[in-house]
Design a protein around this ligand. Sequence first.
Ligand SMILES: Cc1cc2nc3c(=O)[nH]c(=O)nc-3n(C[C@H](O)[C@H](O)[C@H](O)COP(=O)(O)OP(=O)(O)OC[C@H]3O[C@@H](n4cnc5c(N)ncnc54)[C@H](O)[C@@H]3O)c2cc1C
Length: 321
Amino acid sequence: EGAYLINGKGERFMAAYAPSQMELAPRDITSRAIVTEVRAGRGIDGKDFVYLDLRHLGAEKIHTRLPFCWEEAHRHLGIDAVVDPIPVRPTVHYCMGGIPVTVDGQVLRDVQTRVEGLFAAGETACVSVHGANRLGSNSLLECIVFGRRTGAALVEAVRGRALPKVDEGSLLKQAASRIAGLLERSGKSRIDQVRRQFQDCMTEHCGVYRTESVLQEGIQTWQQIRQRYERDLHLDDRGKVWNTELIEALELDNLMTVGALILASALERRESRGSHAREDYPQRDDQRFLQHTLAAFREGSPQISYRPVVITRFPPQERKY
Ligand SMILES: Cc1cc2nc3c(=O)[nH]c(=O)nc-3n(C[C@H](O)[C@H](O)[C@H](O)COP(=O)(O)OP(=O)(O)OC[C@H]3O[C@@H](n4cnc5c(N)ncnc54)[C@H](O)[C@@H]3O)c2cc1C
């Protein structure tokens, strides 16, 4: 809607990074620009954020076109964006990649094999339509297009089929022992502390800019946090009904698995492409890495393989703004 990004010197710094697109440049470029400004000491008062300035848009436009933005700044920081600029910094708000699927949402185990009866759609899936950098608003488009296709494929898949035979007893036993294991732990670490450590680990070691050593340190830190989760967790709520702490512990377990896969994939991809910016490998390397990473978590550690990219009408080109 025409808001400005301003650094500590009062400059619209996007002019130096994407002169034709300015603040409307893709988010990976904008994120790198903000981090570069902050690292150069040009954050606001030398701190780790810049300003998003809406003031020139006027109260009416802000309240009619950007009410959510105004509310967030007001709720979190008590800032009236009509009068004051909003402090901002990059963060994750979408997971590029995901469970590999066909265009009909059927999950792929590897290049050739489909997983019988398993479908995924939306942000959790990876149809591979976004490349290495999802552009703004394409995720909802993806949800609608591939959600519809997946729904239709599901109907076909179950039509006239008997339910598969499942060994319910053994699955229930596994789930029950996972939950019992969590409830019985008698360590000292609370779930919110471990989650915060994990979030900080991913932000510090797998953020906007990455290098070999930063990612390696991240993997080591991840292993320490994982051990803490496994050996030193303590849930205050030991109840079996409406236990939100238990749900948070299960969620964190899954999040940490995804985090390990992201760290390992980023370490192995020794090039820069889309939102994956390696300072030690700043160029895109089509020779080695014009391929999809396939990451699997087996026996407690990530395993990385690759799948070819099928180029049809649009060969990849350098992005310039
Ligand atoms: C701040 C922000 C702004 C965004 N802006 C845009 C935008 O402008 N345009 C755009 O295109 N995209 C935008 N996105 C991305 C877009 O909103 C998401 O990609 C999209 O909503 C994902 O939809 P989904 O249905 O796949 O997943 P979700 O909306 O995440 O839905 C998944 C659901 O599954 C539920 N769930 C999770 N685990 C379980 C479980 N074990 N059992 C049962 N239920 C479970 C969750 O509670 C949730 O309701 C934005 C994202 C964020 C965070």
